[in-house]
Design a protein around this ligand. Structure first.
Ligand code: UT7
Length: 333
């Protein structure tokens, strides 16, 4: 008989970013932009870029190995792999199947989940279900992105924003009262046209918006996404706080999606939370989509900014448009 668990949480974390750094000064040589504009409008100073011969799944596999080792497990202990990505190396095999093979995780179920930048939040919510129903003991969730591959490097409005990276978490059963306390995920498909990366089909409007010969590149309406993002961070944070019977004053660390420092500042003001309680690393990496939150969380843990019992809120928004949040009572330490 399967054992059902009352509580699920993150029991191991890991991350990996490519070595190659692309600075704002490098970008000044590629498009009509300046370090001053980029820092002032986005907070980004540099980003990480995969070299041409490396599949993004390689950094995902490395993040996964670190998370599994951090959890004190081996790859064969993993019962399910969920990879959140909007930039898979292949549509098939999925990035999850590629990572399963690369890390030697046996024949466990493996699938990709695309909720764009909210992907890691969606992944945690799905993983939690498999733990509390007793279907799995350990679920690996990997946020893995190679956004540099879908960027038009001649479009200054987008090429300054994005970066490659991977972050992973092992989700498993934890002591009751700890781990994932409340979750919220949502989507508004009617706003989907505001961020697009065409794949096997594209409509005329999406063809017209792209000025480069390669049409399979990211396009976004920065202003519309900005407005959605500030409200989404506020709404999704408040939802999980309400469900947990807590207030913003109870939050020890807020780990938001890292898309633009001004979006984070705008949301912080609306939420009335101190800057010291928000983890920000956008200056080093830019926007790594679904990898941003797990990379930030892993850094915060390694920098000893989180201790057992702390209340954390992970909160994201992105293409779809999607949004989501997870409130955790930290169980490691
Ligand atoms: O993860 C989810 C995905 N994306 C996001 O969350 C992005 C959300 N949006 C944003 O972060 C911001 O809207 C951007 C950073 C994309 C743009 O910042 P903005 O303050 O909204 O600038 P803007 O688009 O209103 O552009 C202002 C001006 C324009 O010039 P004009 O028309 O006023 O003459 C742009 O052409 O800045 C110009 N501009 C640039 N100038 C120098 C746009 N990109 C650049 C650039 N360098 N890289």
């Amino acid at each position: 008989m399967k054992t059902k668990f009352n509580a699920a949480g993150i029991i191991g974390l890991g991350s990996c970013v490519p070595d190659k750094v692309l600075t704002n000064f490098d970008l000044e040589k590629m498009v009509d932009t300046s370090d001053e504009w980029i820092v002032k409008r986005t907070g980004i100073s540099e980003r990480r870029i995969l070299d041409k011969s490396t599949p993004a799944s390689h950094i995902g596999a490395e993040a996964a190995r670190k998370a599994i080792s951090n959890a004190g497990l081996t790859p064969l202990d993993i019962d399910m792999i969920i990879v959140t990505t909007e930039t898979p190396d292949y549509l098939t095999p999925s990035m999850a199947c590629m990572i399963q093979d690369q890390i030697g995780a046996g024949k466990c179920p493996a699938f990709d989940l695309n909720a764009a930048c909210s992907g890691f939040i969606y992944g945690l919510v799905v993983a939690r279900q498999f733990i509390i129903t007793g279907s799995c003991r350990y679920v690996l969730v990997v946020g893995c992105e190679g956004l540099s591959r879908v960027v038009d490097w001649e479009d200054r409005s987008t090429c300054i924003l994005f970066s490659d990276g991977a972050g992973a978490a092992v989700v498993g059963a934890v002591e009751e009262g700890y781990g994932i306390i409340s979750t919220y995920i949502g989507a508004d498909g009617s706003l989907g046209h505001n961020i697009t990366i065409p794949c096997c089909y594209m409509n005329e409007s999406d063809v017209e918006k792209r000025h480069h010969e390669n049409k399979r590149v990211i396009w976004l309406d920065g202003g519309e996404v900005f407005k959605f993002a500030v409200k989404a961070l506020e709404e999704a944070t408040n939802r999980v706080l309400q469900d947990a019977g807590l207030t913003i004053n109870d939050v020890d660390l807020l780990v938001p999606h890292q898309a633009n420092a001004r979006i984070i500042e705008g949301a912080a003001k609306r939420l009335e939370i101190d800057n010291e309680s928000i983890y920000v690393n956008i200056h080093k990496y830019g926007n790594m989509s679904s990898a941003s939150i797990p990379v930030a969380l892993d850094e915060a843990m390694r920098n000893k900014m989180i201790k057992k019992g702390d209340i954390l809120v992970l909160v994201g928004f992105g293409g779809g448009l999607t949004l989501g949040s997870v409130l955790l009572k930290w169980n490691i330490g």
